[in-house]
Each structure stands twice: as structure tokens, then as C-alpha cells.
Design a protein around this ligand. Sequence first.
Ligand code: HEM
Length: 136
Amino acid sequence: MKWIFIFVLLISGCSQQSAPSLYQQLGAEAGIEAIVDGLLYEIEHDKRIVHHFADTDIARFRRLLAEQLCQLSGGPCVYTGGTMQESHTGFNISLADYDALVEGLISVMQRQNISIAAQNQLLALLAPMYKDVSYR
Ligand code: HEM
């Protein structure tokens, strides 16, 4: 009986270790940086939303978005930017704007061969933020 118990403990320990975190599935630090760079490219070429970023310090936005996606996906980062509410106040972001950004993000993740399951996990973490980034 004791051996069965130890065996079960070992098996469950192993299975927990082998499940990659969302952070790992996104390609860890390098993968997330590539996602952010890809998204910046998408934004730059998207006439629907590029105007919002006309006065943005892109280097700062790039660094903070990477920090945020890293922290959000369970990586070893600490997000040091402003709250989503304060950072998006005055931009009048609509649901269509949000959808456009998400569309760009999905294209980038597809290009980087991120699994659909991991893509959906990230999108599910971002979805509740819509209320904080929209119309303020
Ligand atoms: C879940 C969705 C979103 C997330 C996680 C997000 C994340 C961020 C982050 C981390 C920053 C930097 C914050 C800081 O400067 O302290 C930021 C800034 C910004 N975001 Fe978003 N954002 C989202 C949606 C959007 C959408 C849909 C738009 C417009 C299409 C947008 C436009 C901007 C702009 C223009 C800035 C720069 C503001 C400035 O220049 O001060 N964001 N966002």
C-alpha cells in the first residue's frame, strides 16, 4: 500500500512538471518579444487602429507590453507600467479597435506556430481587460 502511495506521488509530481506553462508555450522571453514585435508590425500596418499610437513612445510600449504578457502568462517578470485604465484613458478605444488588435495578435501567434490552445489561453486572459481599456 505504501509503495502504491509513493508511486502515485511520483507520477503526479512528474505530470505536473511536464505540463508547460503558458509562458513556455509562448516561447518564453524570446517568444514573447517576437510576439510583441510582430504585433507592433501589425499595428503599424493597420489603418483602423494605427492613429491611436501616433504620439506613443513605442520603445516604452514594447517593453511594457512584453513585461505584461510575460507576467500574465506565468513568466518571471514584473509588470512596471501603469494600470490598463490609466494607460488607455482618452483614447476612446472601441470594441472594433479591440477586435482589430486581437486579430493582429492572432495572426502573429499563428505565424509563430503557437498552438491554438495556448493562443486561446492568452486571449482569455486579455478578454477581461477590454472593460479597462475601452472608452475612457
Ligand atoms: C487587452 C488588451 C490590451 C492590453 C493588454 C494593452 C496593454 C497595454 C500596455 C501594457 C500599455 C503600456 C502602459 C503604460 O504606458 O504604462 C498600453 C498602452 C497603450 N495601448 Fe494598450 N493594451 C490593450 C488594448 C489596446 C487597444 C485595443 C488599443 C487601441 C487599438 C490600445 C492602445 C494603446 C495605446 C495607444 C497605448 C499607449 C498610450 C500612451 O502613449 O501613453 N491598447 N497598452
